[in-house]
Design a protein. Sequence first.
Length: 127
Amino acid sequence: MSAQSDRYTIAVTRYFEAWNAPDAQARAKAVADAWTPDGSYTDPLADVGGHEGIAAVITAAREQFPGFAFRLTGAVDGHHDTARFSWELVSEVDGSAPVAGSDVVALDGDGRIRTVLGFLDRVPAGA
C-alpha cells in the first residue's frame, strides 16, 4: 500500500469511527478528528457544515437505527485529494444490512475530510 492510499484509508477509518461512536462525547471527538472545522456532509437527507452539524446528522442516524454499525464494504479508492468507498449499515444482532451507500470525500493536505458527498444505494421501504 502506498503512502497516498494509506492516507485515504486513515481518513475513511476516522470517518467510520465518527459514525460508530457510542455516545455524544466520543462522537464530538471523532468528528473533530475526522473533519476540518469547516467540513461538510451532504447526502439525499442532509446538507450540513461544521462539527456540530455533522455530529447531529450522525446522532440522528444512530437514533433511527439503534443497534446498527456502519461498515466499509470493499476497498477505498482514491486519487489526488479525493477518495470513494461503499458502506453498509449492519445490525449487530442479526447481521442484516437494510441501508447501503457510497460516499466521495475530499481531503485537506493533512488528510482530514473537507467534504463528504453521500449516496444512498439501498434504503428500507418507508424510510
